[in-house]
Design a protein around this ligand. Structure first.
Ligand SMILES: N#Cc1c(-c2ccc3ccn(Cc4ccncc4)c3c2)n[nH]c1N
Length: 235
């Protein structure tokens, strides 16, 4: 997988050089490149924004630098890459979307700032490649960088070879539509709190049943909207 990130804060992504994704980059499983949008400006002040047509507060990011930056990544013609534009107006970012991003060969992330990117950028590139506006959640951030970091981590860990034990990806929250069961490790008693005895029983069937029950109970309590008839019928 190749990931290109266009941003006015390329240093924001230096953290991608460490941890799991850092190892995946060293192993050549994932290539990541950041591109400073300001290198695609040509005025003395390296201007990337301007006032909004139609008035209103804030500034809008100019289309020209974005066009030059994205063309420098995907070329002038059609591209098989997916352009992801984080936006409060985007589709919700979910584990299912993370899985879809993880299956892509080439992701290009456009990190906006100010009040967002001139709409014509997404409109133009939609004629040449797939474009998805994706929202991290129903709250307002100051720009796309935090969202892109979350998307890269959530998708990157699903790329084969990135996580050492792929089994550990299966029983995570949202992977099967439910929240994950509670986890425990040694000691068996801590501050008078005991590990649920079934987990010490060695009875794998009983442990699996208990964990499934915990998933459903936790999901019903914390995120009832995630439960559907199929899930309830399964148990
Ligand atoms: N993904 C995602 C997001 C963002 C987000 C993403 C990109 C940009 C670029 C600029 N801004 C600032 C802004 C723009 C418009 N309205 C309000 C604030 C952004 C916010 N906010 N909340 C989310 N879940």
């Amino acid at each position: 997988m190749r990931i290109d990130i266009v941003t006015i804060f390329p240093e924001f992504f230096s953290v991608l050089d460490i941890s799991l994704l850092g190892k995946a980059r060293q192993a050549g499983i994932i290539e990541v490149a950041t591109h400073d949008l300001r290198t695609h400006t040509h005025d003395r002040h390296r201007t990337v924004d301007d006032t909004p047509y139609g008035g209103g507060a804030g500034m809008v990011m100019k289309p020209e630098p974005w066009g030059e930056a994205i063309d420098s990544i995907v070329g002038p013609a059609a591209s098989g890459a997916l352009l992801v534009v984080p936006s409060p107006a985007g589709e919700p970012f979910t584990q299912a979307v993370a899985r879809e991003l993880a299956a892509e060969e080439h992701l290009v992330f456009a990190c906006g700032r100010y009040e967002g990117i001139d709409q014509r950028v997404a409109d133009h590139y939609a004629t040449r490649m797939r474009v998805r506006l994706i929202s991290l959640g129903d709250y307002v951030l100051n720009g796309g960088e935090v969202a892109v970091m979350a998307m890269i981590e959530a998708a990157g860990r699903l790329v084969p070879g990135v996580v050492g034990n792929p089994e550990s990806l299966v029983e995570e929250s949202h992977e099967d539509g439910l929240l994950e069961y509670p986890s425990y490790t040694k000691p068996a008693v801590w501050r008078d709190l005991e590990v649920p005895p079934v987990l010490l029983s060695g009875n794998h069937g009983a442990v699996a049943a208990w964990r499934r029950d915990q998933q459903i109970e936790r999901t019903r309590r914390v995120r009832p909207e995630l439960l559907d008839d199929a899930t309830l019928l399964d148990d």
